[in-house]
Design a protein around this ligand. Sequence first.
Ligand SMILES: [Zn+2]
Length: 287
Amino acid sequence: MVDGKVCNALTSTRSTQKCFICGATSKDFNRIDEMINRAITTENLEFGLSVLHGWIRMFECLLHLAYKLPIKKWQARGNDKEIVLENKTRIQKEFRKRCGLIVDQPKPGFGNSNDGNTARRFFKDAELSAEITKIDIELIKKIHIIMIVVSSGHAIDVEKFRQFAHDTARYFVEHYPWYNMPPTLHKYFIHGPAIISSALLPIEHYSRKCSRDKTNEDVFNAFFLSSDPVITSKRKLPKKKLQHLPKEAVDLLKLELDQIQSHIDDTNDESDEEVILSSSDDDDDTY
Ligand SMILES: [Zn+2]
């Protein structure tokens, strides 16, 4: 996938804590109004948003924030380190015991157990995730809506999305001012709307996660494709059925009137439960 590191390398942005779109660094990200009004390098918007990367990074941000909730400090020093580690262990155990979810465990070979499916399950069961992590449930739900919208494959109402994304950024900072917003959240909340509206390059699945070779191949293909808007426009995300999306997500989409009517009909026919699509080998299919 084209993650922050790849984009930073390509745009000569040295620190991974630096935003390759506006040049701000992690110490600036929490000043939301300043970030919204900051000048951007428009050409770099074309790298788009990697949806799978987004799901995983959003999830990991909330996990790492949760570990530090007992100390409410960005950096754990001295005794605090032990407190954070204990809380991390508790959270991991509870996820495993209560829903069989293995979070943040090293995987043999490389990386860790956090993948797109883990992230989706975390957001899907916001009540349980909030109970275990003690993170504000509204924040989990808001971020979930953002990810559902960008993964939906439907045209997004950029103005409504901007409002929602900026509100979510402010909500994050109001609740957790001591936690520096990570670059991926900054990118989605602050630049997401501009990326979407500039999108010759629609929000993409850049890569399969099955192997490194495949990933590299996909990254190469993504850059090849992004140099050609005509080819790129053929690689849109498959559209999720509207009746499978929560209302708050549908509200942020640009829909034709007949789609809205059929959504209302479908919603009336079914229970309020959000329907989960079955998982396939591409783990970016459910939410
Ligand atoms: Zn930025």
